[in-house]
Design a binder for this molecule. Sequence first.
Ligand SMILES: *Cc1c(COP(=O)(O)O)cnc(C)c1O
Length: 395
Amino acid sequence: MSDDWNPRTRAVHGGTRRSQYGEVSEAIFLTQGFVYDSAEAAEARFLEAGPDEFIYARYGNPTVRMFEERIAMLEGAEDAFATASGMAAVSGALTSMLRAGDRVVSARALFGSCLYVLEDILARYGVEIVFVDGTDLAAWEAAITPGTRAVFFESISNPTLEVIDIKSVSTLAHAVGATVLVDNVFATPVFSDAIAQGADVVIYSTTKHVDGQGRALGGVIMGTREFIRKTVEPYMKHTGGSMSPFTAWVMLKGLETMELRVRAQADSALKLANAVSGHAALSRVIYPGHPGHAQHALVQAQMGGKGGTVLSMDLRGGQAAAFRFLNALKIAIISNNLGDAKSILTHPATTTHQRLPQDQKDALGITPGLVRMSVGIEDSDDLIADVLQALAKAE
Ligand SMILES: *Cc1c(COP(=O)(O)O)cnc(C)c1O
């Protein structure tokens, strides 16, 4: 393993452990446990397991370890813990480090389940949660008071694609000794430099771009070795949210092609944003990589100018027009995953964000005409033609 490998090399070879058979494709160690040579060896391993020694799959497994090492290497993190889903990663990272009386400052625009973990679960256990508008640095500054234990946000919000300034928020958090946890799904591991920009803990739902082919749920928590092994691992291994070896294998194979897929998807997303911006049927087109995005300068600095794989469009005709548009698509499908090889469209107001009260939908910009498009790896000309013909039917 070489420290000077570039990301694409890390994504293909990082963390590889070969068995005595020298297999090319990573082995799936579909086993819950491991045999010890003697009673003394079992005792020694329970006292302290070496880097290639495993005890029980809930604690760790060779296939899962390969995935953890590969993605940590790619992200530039010291260590990683792989989880059963993205939500196991979000809830595990937060719950493992927080206690009653702690104060957490969070961006308000969050994935529904993240909001539930903070607002319903952690609040019930006596954690104080303060929500701010994630794009308002003055609001972060006012809320991150001395004694704040953690700061949490999605680096690009769903579905209105607001970009949070990782560097500035981290500087404010570190000034009071708070830990910065970033849910980085929309930025993707390909365009992320979150740790260098100040994030202490980076979380992905690997269900999205890492698998990228809609097969398995998974997640990962990354950070310092101290945080992962001393805080996250004891919590995860005893509460049961670890990744299965089969899922880890799916995710390892996903990582090998992720960079190629995600760059192609982001290029197509920009072409689509260009093709639909100013369209008569649309009141707004939101794509972080488009020069018209309100935070384009921040996207340049934070993500190397790349806007990710998701764009949102607001249809002037409201929900009826949005539904006509979705129902007229011939290639892109209606579903709610993102980062997939297939282009997927969602109507957030009636699905992913259906249960939010109207005032919160209004505050987050989730209008009746808003549709979110996760751009896949299909031919971009075909996708543009599909979207344009469906928009024509929505007018
Ligand atoms: C999908 C998603 C999650 C949850 O991940 P699962 O794998 O579905 O549990 C969390 N945060 C964000 C931003 C997501 O997009």
